[in-house]
Design a binder for this molecule. Structure first.
Ligand SMILES: O=C(O)CCC(=O)C(=O)O
Ligand SMILES: [Fe+2]
Length: 346
């Protein structure tokens, strides 16, 4: 297991100034260390989270032709709608076209549906007709707003951690240009994942400011150990929590103070041990060969700052002598566009 801390965010949402400062410090520590934190009492309605997983199952169970009524546009710059199996392939800072095509030979075995803010004019939503899945669109819009609240509260906590003067970082995200993603990883043979014939999601870092992640009970998410590059440790689902991580844009904004850790989804930890069958004797051992990892569903929400926000080392994250600015200033949108362009074949 990773050493991803669990923080009680309720103490930030409802606590005194002292409690808020304590929680902010705990989050600062987590983001400086592993770049991930589990938040308990995060305020996102548990029933809505459960319902969102149900909508996700219903959506992905639709026939392919129906899902294709809301197709993800070609190229990576308009990230909305349905992406079928193998369409998106994440990578870690690979911009070279030849390299990217080589990576795509082992496609991520997943399908996804992206939606965003109803007033996001740069990336308008792409919905299936309501008759295809009545109620889906209105639920997803309500769930999007529900998650938006938590993102802004986390930004408030981070502003306290850095002593960013009031009103802090939240106004830089006032347009809520976020991306709500439903992910479905179909059932897959243990061996296919083990031998890396297919991946669920390849190692990558997220490129926005913050990511919220709800995952089902299947597991398989792994985070790279910040001190041992190439070594991944399980980030198993923890009941009643949301997993929050720092993206590249926030890492850059904090002048590297907060870590945007590489993560991936592969074989859940419990399948790594000797196959269950093998322990139970020969006959069962044979069956163990064909073991299947069940379908997995997860729901990330990616946050980014308003398009023209200048991303340049935040106060408290640099000083002229000991800790100079490490990165050139970029606009939030300029950076995100550059990263999104690598995700899809254009
Ligand atoms: O499915 C997951 O648990 C992680 C998904 C993820 O890392 C992503 O979509 O960026
Ligand atoms: Fe990710």
């Amino acid at each position: 297991m990773t050493d991803i801390p669990i923080v009680d965010f309720g103490a930030f949402l409802n606590g005194s100034q002292e409690e808020k400062a304590r929680v902010a410090k705990e989050m600062d520590d987590a983001f400086r260390g592993v770049g991930f934190v589990y938040l308990r009492n995060h305020g996102v309605d548990a029933e809505m989270v459960e319902q969102c997983f149900k909508w996700s199952e219903k959506f992905f169970a639709l026939p392919l032709e129906t899902k294709m009524l809301a197709p993800h546009p070609p190229g990576g710059s308009h990230h909305r709608g349905y992406s079928g199996m193998g369409l998106e392939k994440v990578s870690q800072h690979t911009y070279d076209a030849v390299e990217l095509n080589k990576l795509r030979e082992t496609p991520d075995y997943k399908e996804s549906f992206e939606s965003g803010h109803i007033h996001d004019n740069a990336q308008p939503n792409i919905w299936p007709p309501d008759s295809a899945l009545p109620g889906f669109r209105s639920f997803m819009q309500a769930y999007f707003s529900e998650c938006t609240g938590l993102i802004h509260s986390i930004l408030d906590a981070l502003s306290i951690a850095l002593r960013v003067p009031e009103p802090g970082l939240s106004p830089t995200h006032s347009e809520s240009l976020f991306q709500l993603r439903l992910l479905h990883y179909p059932a897959i043979g243990v061996d296919e994942l083990k031998q890396e014939k297919r991946s669920r999601i390849n190692a990558h870092s997220d490129f926005g400011t913050l990511t919220l992640l709800f995952q089902d009970a299947v597991g398989g998410l792994e985070v790279e150990d910040p001190h041992k590059p190439g070594k991944f440790r399980a980030a198993e689902p923890v009941d009643g929590t949301v997993l929050v991580n720092i993206g590249d844009l926030m890492s850059r904004w904090s002048n590297g103070r907060w870590r945007s850790s590489v993560h991936r989804v592969g074989l859940p930890a419990r399948y790594r041990q000797v196959s269950r069958g093998a322990e139970e004797g020969n006959k069962a051992g044979q069956e163990g060969e064909d073991e299947i990892v069940p379908d997995r569903y997860s729901i990330p929400v990616f946050a980014t700052a308003n398009m023209d926000t200048l991303i340049e080392a935040l106060p408290g994250c640099w000083d002229e002598e000991r800790n100079p600015k490490k990165y050139e200033p970029v606009t939030a949108w300029g950076y995100v566009q550059m990263r999104m362009a690598t995700l899809y074949e254009s």
